[in-house]
Design a protein around this ligand. Structure first.
Ligand SMILES: [Ca+2]
Ligand SMILES: [Ca+2]
Ligand SMILES: [Ca+2]
Length: 295
């Protein structure tokens, strides 16, 4: 809990101070390159590791089939993320690398796992094209038996999220689909880690348009390991800084008044809201002011 609040009380500048402390960050859901530089003409290879028993080269997220991919990310504590953009790798078989064939992508954000009771979409839709760029990633999707095949060039597709503000503590899900000028795909291979059949804790899901349901994104090979999908989120990290949230539970309610009174009664410096080194009625007024401003 931040108790250094006195200086900003009279300016009531806490909201401004919070935004000023935002830091650019990248959430990366996992690697794709298994064999750096071992692909076609020295490109990086993202190989399906068939020698480990894996069988699924990629999963579809085709607009034309109404297939989608979804995976989760977690915001810890009471901190907030201001989401700027979403990046995903995908390929269309046989596209070449000189020019992207991708034409559109749509993205949604959920407050829980898609398809589960109680989960709902809190941002985005399945229509709006958010694709702002699509560039050759330098990575080919291949198998470990065919490392230098150049038929599946991964493109890095960037989608504008326009500053969605999400608060922790919560696990959110993001789902996406894409379209392009080639009939095949778009396809995405799972997060790939050399020597491993899965990223620990993998739990991605795929929406199958022809079944109208979400299903686990598992590999059908040995032991059917669950998979995660590669994606990145570029965001501004906004640390939580809220004096009035006395009990630090990420929200303001009557319990925070009780908490303040408790600190006041024991003479804790926290209760010296106006910072004049004395505890009196002015500190109650000060606290009420912070509370009214909110977090
Ligand atoms: Ca996951
Ligand atoms: Ca609280
Ligand atoms: Ca005081």
């Amino acid at each position: 809990m931040n108790r250094i609040h006195h200086a900003i009380f009279f300016a009531l500048a806490s909201a401004v101070g919070t935004l000023a402390s935002a830091q650019p960050k990248v959430y990366d859901n996992g690697p794709t390159i298994t064999d750096p530089g071992a692909g076609f003409q020295g490109a990086d290879a993202s190989a399906l590791q068939s020698q480990l028993g894996l069988q699924v080269l990629s999963l579809g997220c085709q607009v034309t089939q109404n297939n989608r991919l979804a995976d989760d990310f977690t915001i810890e504590g009471c901190d907030s993320w201001l989401l700027n953009s979403f990046e995903f790798l995908a390929y269309q078989t046989g596209s070449g690398i000189s020019e992207s064939t991708f034409t559109s992508a749509n993205v949604r954000i959920w407050d829980g796992e898609p398809g589960k009771p109680g989960s709902k979409i809190i941002w985005g839709d399945d229509k709006t094209n958010l694709l702002t760029s699509s560039t050759w990633s330098g990575i080919y999707r291949v198998t470990d038996m065919t490392l230098t095949v150049n038929q599946r060039p991964y493109f890095k597709n960037v989608c504008d999220l326009g500053g969605v503000l999400l608060q922790g503590p919560r696990t959110y899900w993001i789902d996406w689909q894409a379209d392009g000028t080639i009939f095949s795909g778009p396809f995405v291979g799972a997060v790939s880690i050399k020597g491993e059949t899965q990223k620990p804790g993998s739990n991605a899901v795929q929406y199958l348009g022809n079944q109208a349901q979400w299903v686990p994104a598992i590999d059908t090979g040995a032991n059917k390991p669950a998979q995660d999908m590669p994606f990145k989120i570029n965001y501004e990290y906004i640390p939580y800084d809220c004096y009035a949230d006395c009990d630090a539970n990420c929200k303001l309610d009557v319990d925070d008044f009780i908490c303040f009174q408790t600190y006041y009664s024991i003479g804790d410096p926290y209760a010296d809201c106006d910072g004049n080194l004395a505890l009196n009625i002015d500190d109650f007024i000060c606290f009420q002011t912070f509370f009214a401003v909110g977090c």
